[in-house]
Design a protein around this ligand. Structure first.
Ligand SMILES: Cc1cc2nc3c(=O)[nH]c(=O)nc-3n(C[C@H](O)[C@H](O)[C@H](O)COP(=O)(O)O)c2cc1C
Length: 250
C-alpha cells in the first residue's frame, strides 16, 4: 500500500497519513509506504498532448513520472493525501493528475481501492476528498472514501479524537476493499465509458494511441472497461448511451 502526499512538510497531512497507516497495519499483513511528492522530480505538463495522441513514452519531460506509476502498479491500493490550499488540493497533487491525465484516457488500476485524506485548517475539504476520489477513479481505482482532518492550532482533545475516529473508520473501509474485484460501474461511469468509446471509434484512427488501446483491450465491444456483471437495466442503458454517443457532436 502507498500513500502519495502532496504536502511539503511532515505536519498535518503526513501525521494523518501515518495514523491511517497504523490503523491499516493493525489488521495484519499490510505494508504501508508514505511517499512525499516533493521527493520526486515531476515537471509541469507543457500541454503538447503527445501522451494522449502518440503515447506516454513520447512525453518530452524526463523525470520521475514513470517511477510513481510503477509504485502505483506495485501497490494493492493507494491513498491520495493533500492539504487544502485555497480550497483545492496542493499544486503538487494537481500536477500529479495533470501528468497522469493520459491514464484518464486509458485507465488501468482495476481492482485496487483508493481513498483520500485531506488536512485543512477550517473549510472546504469535503470537495477535495471528492476530487481526489474522482481522479483516482479516472485512473481506474475504485474509490472508497477517506476523510478530512482538522489541523488548526492550537488543537483540542475533542478535535484530535474526532480526527482519529475518522481515520480509523477510513482505514477500516479501505481494508475491507483490499483484494475485492472492481465493482460494477455507476451509471455516470458507464455513461462516460460508452460515450468515450463511441467517440474514439468514430473520430480517431489506428494512428491514435487511445484508439489502439481501446482496440487492444476489446473496449469497442465490451460492456465496460473491465469484466463486470451489469445486470439487465444497466445493459439496456449502456446500449442507449452508445446511441447518445453517436448523436453527440463536440
Ligand atoms: C497556502 C495555504 C492555503 C490554505 N488554504 C486553506 C483553505 O482554503 N481552507 C482551509 O481550511 N485551510 C487552508 N489552509 C490551511 C492548511 O490546509 C492546513 O494548515 C494544513 O494542515 C496544511 O497541511 P500540512 O500540515 O500537511 O502542511 C491553507 C494553508 C496554506 C499554507
Amino acid at each position: 500500500m502507498i500513500a502519495i502526499i502532496g504536502s511539503q512538510r511532515k505536519k498535518g497531512t503526513y501525521d494523518a497519513v501515518v495514523q491511517f497507516g497504523e490503523y491499516l497495519k493493525s489488521y495484519g499483513g499490510i505494508e504501508f509506504e508514505p511517499l512525499f511528492l516533493h521527493n520526486y522530480k515531476l515537471e509541469f505538463c507543457t500541454g503538447c498532448k503527445l501522451c494522449f495522441d502518440k503515447g506516454e513514452e513520447f512525453c518530452p519531460l524526463k523525470d520521475d513520472r514513470d517511477l510513481l506509476i510503477d509504485k502505483m502498479n506495485q501497490a494493492d491500493g493507494v491513498v491520495f493525501a493533500s492539504p487544502n490550499y485555497a480550497f483545492h488540493v496542493s499544486a503538487r497533487m494537481k500536477n500529479l493528475f495533470d501528468r497522469l491525465a493520459f491514464i484518464f484516457h486509458r485507465p488501468r488500476f482495476w481492482g485496487k481501492p483508493c481513498a483520500a485524506i485531506v488536512a485543512q485548517g477550517i473549510f472546504g475539504g469535503d470537495k477535495l476528498v471528492d476530487y481526489l476520489n474522482s481522479s483516482g477513479e479516472n485512473l481506474g481505482f475504485h474509490a472508497v472514501g477517506g476523510c478530512v482532518v482538522a489541523t488548526l492550532e492550537p488543537t483540542t482533545e475533542a478535535i484530535r479524537k474526532k480526527n482519529e475516529q475518522k481515520l480509523q473508520k477510513a482505514a477500516a473501509v479501505f481494508h475491507k476493499a483490499l483484494g475485492c474485484p472492481a465493482p460494477a460501474p455507476s451509471l455516470f461511469r458507464l455513461l462516460m465509458f460508452r460515450i468515450s468509446r463511441t467517440k474514439i471509434r468514430s473520430m480517431l484512427t489506428e494512428e491514435s494511441r487511445d484508439f489502439r488501446y481501446y482496440q487492444d483491450n476489446g473496449w469497442f465491444v465490451s460492456d465496460y472497461y473491465h469484466e463486470t456483471s451489469l445486470g439487465f437495466p444497466k445493459k439496456a442503458l449502456g446500449r442507449f448511451f452508445d446511441v447518445i454517443g453517436e448523436r453527440i457532436t463536440f
